[in-house]
Design a binder for this molecule. Structure first.
Ligand code: YXS
Length: 259
């Protein structure tokens, strides 16, 4: 493991993203290491996991590794995409996962954070949902993660503007649990993790799974799902999708023309 750090103290595991050169972009390799860390913590029967980044990072995670987004007509967020696998790993991990945020969270990394059970952030943290900035057609279960974390109006503002919102605004709208000063957030998070770890793990585990099943119980007909998938294909086959990725790589503003 060289893109993350895994530590465990008693029943509390900590996974830290440690790839500042790429702003902890959720590459196949980084995600594989995080998922391996969760498997190790599962085996060690960890009762809480803290998911964080290295100290004093300006960017907690820059989201999906744009260099790995397919441009050959494949769905960029299909079932086996690393971002999708990481979100499912967090959601189905049998113990609570606490996201401890300091810095900017971008794109799919916002969904990863929202998939966590409890979220703490420092005042200078921010959250930017960026599909519209890149021309990416976000996927159905991903949109459900957002809908479970904030009101539809807030989700629309985040998704349509692709603009970062502050930790204070995220807390105000109930998207995150606590805003804590950078000097105190580690102790604050550890104290909550210790409280949870001292409670009954089986009871907590079943409540986490119950809430996941209930939150995901949405009426979506096969015809409705196929319609959405067809609409998404139009987007990832579009010139705009290719332009969004090309513009990022060329470090310039994209010019979207709706085709
Ligand atoms: O030029 P070098 O080689 O040094 O690389 C630069 C960036 O290209 C690279 N980098 C990334 N590489 C792959 N995927 C990324 N997401 C990514 N973000 C950054 O890291 C090196 C340093 O970046 P630089 O020079 O831009 O740093 P900065 O401090 O000026 O700006 C930091 C950011 C985070 C504001 C900036 O890097 C940025 O805007 N990154 C992209 C954030 C974003 O749009 N992420 C969404 C990724 S796509 C995704 O998550 C989903 C598919 S979706 O879009 O649907 O939500």
């Amino acid at each position: 493991m060289n893109l993350i750090k895994l530590t465990q103290e008693g029943h509390i595991g900590t996974i830290s993203l440690e790839n500042p050169q790429k702003h902890n972009a959720l590459s196949h390799q980084l995600v594989a290491e995080v998922m391996d860390a969760f498997r190790q913590l599962e085996a060690e029967k960890a009762r809480v996991v803290i998911l964080r980044a290295h100290k004093d990072c300006k960017v907690w995670s820059a989201g999906h590794d744009i260099g790995e987004l397919p441009v050959d007509g494949r769905d960029p967020l299909g079932w086996s995409d690393p971002l999708r696998e990481l979100v499912r790993t967090i959601e189905t991990f049998r113990a609570p996962v606490i996201a401890m945020i300091d810095g900017g969270v971008w794109g799919g990394a916002v969904e990863v954070v929202l998939a966590c059970d409890i979220i703490m952030a420092t005042p200078n943290s921010s959250f930017a949902v960026t599909p519209a900035k890149l021309g990416v057609p976000y996927n159905v279960s991903g949109m459900m993660t957002f809908m479970s974390a904030a009101s539809l109006r807030i989700v629309k503002e985040l998704a349509f503007t692709a603009s970062p919102i502050s930790a204070a605004r995220a807390e105000h709208v109930g998207m995150i649990n606590h805003v804590v000063e950078a000097t105190e957030i580690e102790a604050f998070t550890l104290e909550m993790a210790s409280t949870i770890a001292a409670n009954a793990p089986l009871s907590i585990s079943v409540m986490k799974e119950q809430l996941r099943v209930l939150a995901g119980a949405k009426p979506l007909t096969p015809r409705g799902f196929e319609k959405v998938q067809g609409l998404r294909r139009v987007v990832y086959d579009s010139q705009d999708y290719h332009e969004g990725i090309k513009a990022f790589k060329e470090k310039r503003k994209p010019k979207f023309n709706g085709t």
